[in-house]
Design a protein around this ligand. Structure first.
Ligand code: PLP
Length: 592
């Protein structure tokens, strides 16, 4: 565009930072200079030019998007675009209306009921009926999160930490009296209904009774690790390594092909070992939990199961794991226990918390189960469906992303637990008029509308069809990659975890990685470092997209040589007087 079209805006007006990133991506047609702002705003022409470039870019990238578990086939604008000019906020608890009336809580509650039915939770009773806590305690509670599944995971583990940690919330009997007295000092005193947050005291016999220990597999998403850090929750490795002998013996207690190089200097794994397919190795989990909850230890335990891991798409067999863990927890008096907050007053709680990170799988595996049951999807004879939901009565919480398999224009998701496990934060800000039970203050009301719109347009029948179609696309992509492998006469390291929606293979060149937005991960295999790419079969992925990828992958230079001996670049320094505590993923596990 020529300079004289924008008389008010000179080049010098644009805010130019000295930052290094000029080009958006190596192979990208646009760069940061196309989008610079100025204190004077931009002229209509300049804006239009930037927006055109933006549209071209997003359209192009959406067209070939294959690398992440985010559905790009969206169909919301017709019904919902008008609400971009509303501020719809679901602040506070979904089941309490509150005074912020421009909300979509009626849709949020419908969506939550839908997932409660899908995940076999008990629906909430009629609040108008005079019911006791007994009538409520087994029913579900949940909310539509503003972030993605990360928020559901952090919220679930926060709840788990306080529940296992012996935190108690009671109504403060002194609040109103205190406010009345304070007002005598001359200043208007608010009469907030206070809760009081208490900490139960651990007994001398078991000082660890309220110190929860976390267990999660080495394939776990980094949001769980983030929750550990945000919430200062300790992992079994932090508590055990260097202090006790590891209850797992190498190699017999580890999955086949588990490398002992994953063990730390004290012979402990940093995370619970995974099987090769990415699912948690149940025998190791059981041994670890027996040790930590057992005699002389007495720690309450929290387990984060994966239902659709980020890189391999694997499903932990939650049912099998719980079936094996329950007798162990009973034996160690951790299945239920009394949490005393007075000499004679106590809560009966579990000494464990089972959280399911179902970011991906919790959305579609129920439909796969229906497809298998109705014989629309053939499974091997020895196949048993990995049940993960509230049919397992020991499950405490489930989290799911809404923007992955279902599809939404921004991150969203669901968190669900049962009323009896809820521990409400003490504040009940009167100006909202609705208890502060959720993670965020203001909550995204649009996400509930998106999910409602989607679920109202699709029947179970439609969703079973979609689930089968995504599984079939995975089979197609695998076959095409295998054909390519034969043609190229080279090992492309193609791997596929059964029933997952992802296939991993040798990392493609940067041009292909950019074009298809391919996510990657580095793994060591037989002492050799391998870089992988992976693709995810979401609804928008069709044969045409797969064929296009295969065509690009069959061109010379598609798979740049990898130097297997090349070490991961690392800083040699290791502090002598600070304890190692956590693995914090920097790449892989969906991070990059
Ligand atoms: C994507 C993902 C998350 C995080 O979800 P966001 O919606 O990205 O916050 C958590 N766990 C697993 C297994 C995931 O794949």
């Amino acid at each position: 565009m020529s300079g004289n079209k924008k008389p008010d805006l000179k080049k010098e007006d644009l805010i130019k930072s000295p930052r290094a990133i000029k080009k958006h991506y190596e192979n990208s047609p646009i760069n940061d200079d196309d989008f610079r702002l100025s204190p004077k705003g931009l002229t209509p022409e300049e804006r239009a030019e930037a927006l055109d470039k933006f549209q071209d870019y997003e359209k192009q990238q959406k067209q070939f998007f294959l690398g992440y578990q985010a559905n790009q086939k969206l169909n919301y604008s017709k019904t919902l675009s008008q609400y971009l000019d509303y501020h719809i906020n679901n602040i506070g608890d979904p089941f309490v209306e509150g005074n912020f009336t421009v909300n979509s809580k009626m849709m949020e509650r419908a969506v939550l009921d839908y997932f409660a039915v899908l995940w076999n939770a008990k629906l909430r009773p009629d609040p108008k009926a005079t019911l006791s806590y007994e009538d409520w305690k087994d029913s579900y509670w949940g909310y539509v999160v503003s972030m993605g599944c990360t928020e559901g995971n952090v919220y679930g583990l926060w709840n788990a930490r306080d529940y296992l940690g012996g935190k108690i919330l009671l109504v403060d009997p002194k609040a109103e009296v205190a406010a009345r007295k304070a007002s005598l000092d001359g200043v208007a005193a608010p009469i907030n209904q206070h809760g009081m947050y208490y900490q139960a005291k651990a007994s001398k016999e078991n000082p660890n009774a309220y110190s929860p220990v976390a267990f999660y597999s080495q394939d776990t998403h980094y949001s769980i690790v983030k929750a550990m850090r945000v919430l200062s929750i300790h992992t079994f490795n932090e508590i055990g390594s260097g202090k006790f002998e590891c209850p797992l013996k190498y190699p017999e207690d580890y999955p086949p092909n588990y490398s002992k190089h994953y063990l730390d200097d004290n012979g402990w794994p940093l995370e619970v070992p995974s099987n090769e397919d990415g699912s948690i190795h149940i025998p190791a989990l059981v041994k670890l939990i027996d040790f930590f909850s057992g005699p002389g230890m007495g720690y309450p335990v929290m387990v984060c199961f994966n239902y659709g891991t980020t890189f391999k798409g694997a499903y932990d067999n939650v049912k099998e794991a719980v079936d094996k863990l329950v007798p162990i927890l009973k034996k160690n008096n951790m299945y239920t226990r009394k949490v005393y907050y007075d000499d004679k007053k106590f809560d009966i709680r579990n000494g464990f918390w089972f959280h399911v990170d179902g970011a991906l799988g919790a959305a579609y595996m129920p439909f796969i189960e229906m497809a298998v049951q109705s014989k629309q999807l053939a499974m091997p004879l020895d196949f048993s469906f990995p049940i993960f939901d509230f049919r397992i009565k020991e499950i405490h919480s489930i989290a799911m992303s809404g923007h992955k398999w279902i599809g939404a224009p921004w991150p969203c998701g669901i968190y669900m637990t049962k009323v009896k496990y809820q521990l409400q934060p003490p504040d009940d800000p009167m100006y909202i008029g609705s208890p502060d039970t959720t993670f965020a203050g203001s909550r995204n009301g649009f996400s509930s509308m998106i999910l409602w719109d989607y679920l109202s347009r699709n029947s179970y029948k439609d969703l079973i069809k979609k689930a089968i179609q995504t599984e079939e696309m995975a089979a197609y992509a695998k076959t095409q990659l295998e054909k390519l492998q034969e043609k190229l006469k080279t090992d492309l390291w193609i791997e596929y975890t059964p029933l997952s929606l992802t296939i991993r293979f040798k990392k493609a060149n940067p041009g292909i990685v950019f074009k298809y937005s391919l996510s990657g991960e580095d793994l060591y295999v037989n002492d050799q470092k391998r870089s992988y790419s992976h693709i995810f079969m979401m609804e928008h992925v069709d044969r045409k997209k797969i064929d296009s990828l295969i065509e690009d992958l069959s061109k010379p230079g598609a798979f740049p040589p990898q130097s297997p001996k090349k070490q991961v670049q690392s800083f040699e320094y290791e502090p002598q007087h600070a304890k190692r505590i956590l693995y914090v993923p920097k790449t892989g596990r969906g991070f990059k």
